[in-house]
Design a protein around this ligand. Structure first.
Ligand code: ZN
Length: 272
């Protein structure tokens, strides 16, 4: 199944499955990559879990997620730095080449202040990431999350930040769910490709109507995102990495996950 060579699935997508089950099912279905959410590693030996994944012929694409740098409280900012250093250690133990960053925001301060703390936070953890040979990917989120999840809401802002810090260990994760609406998307994808810092590409769909801000993402083809157009831009920007299916959906988690996995593969082949 060569046409699945770039298919990666995030463990959160099949949340009802323990990581061991997800690994076995993905491998049987011909999926090649897995992005591991940190909650699935609880009570596990992380290094052995990495070996288990590779022994099934799967590649670990990323560890999800670090970030949440922005807080009005200095104590919370310090705690977030510790947690990010821990995430980098976990990625190294797992054999994940990258940690995805959801950068955070605090409604008690301006977005500019949050972005300044994000920059300071990333600069503080970058030396450890480099020492561990783990890349960091800034993931801009849709503006509906600007209050408390991410003060970075466009690919332009993520590109600005990556260019300001400028390190081969820092790049961006482009997620269609967060970015599809942006009139500057094509240009910004080209910009981050030219800088060599397009590190990850996440796919799903935008349901119309969306009934939950967090847990109502669609399977590719269900919504209104022009996935094939964005895929083309990403390809033209020189990106040849995995297409990572990342779906949070109460509706889809309630389905039979074996059937859902087949639907993911069909949707990937036909609609993305
Ligand atoms: Zn994502």
């Amino acid at each position: 199944m060569d046409n699945l060579n770039q298919l990666c699935i995030h463990t959160i997508t099949t949340k009802p499955w323990a990581i061991e089950t997800a690994v076995q099912k993905y491998a049987e279905a011909g999926v090649k990559g897995i992005s591991v959410w940190r909650d699935t590693l609880e009570n596990r030996n992380i290094q052995r879990t990495g070996e288990f994944i590779r022994s099934h012929g799967l590649e670990v694409v990323s560890l999800v997620r670090g970030g949440f740098f922005a807080h009005t409280s200095a104590l919370k900012r310090d705690a977030s730095l510790s947690d990010n250093l821990k995430a980098i250690d976990e990625a190294a133990a797992l054999g994940a080449p990258m940690v995805v960053l959801v950068c955070g925001a605090d409604p008690g301060q301006t977005l500019e202040a949050s972005r300044e703390q994000i920059r300071t936070g990333i600069e503080a953890i970058l030396p450890h990431a480099e020492a561990c040979k783990v890349k960091l990917a800034i993931e801009p989120l849709h503006p509906m999350y600007a209050a408390d999840r991410s003060a970075i809401t466009t690919l332009a802002q993520a590109n600005d930040l990556a260019e300001a810090i400028r390190s081969p260990w820092l790049g961006v994760a482009a997620d269609v769910y967060h970015l599809w609406w942006d009139p500057g998307l094509e240009q910004e994808i080209r910009r981050c490709g030219a800088n060599g810092h397009l590190f990850a590409y996440h796919i799903c769909d935008w349901n119309v109507p969306t009934i939950d801000m967090l847990n109502d993402r669609g399977l590719m083809g269900e919504g209104c995102i022009r996935l094939k157009q964005i895929r083309q831009w990403v390809k033209e920007a020189g990106f040849s990495g995995y297409h990572e299916v990342e779906i949070f959906s109460n509706r889809l988690w309630a389905q039979d996950q074996d059937i859902f996995l087949q639907n993911i593969i069909n949707a990937y082949l036909n609609h993305s």
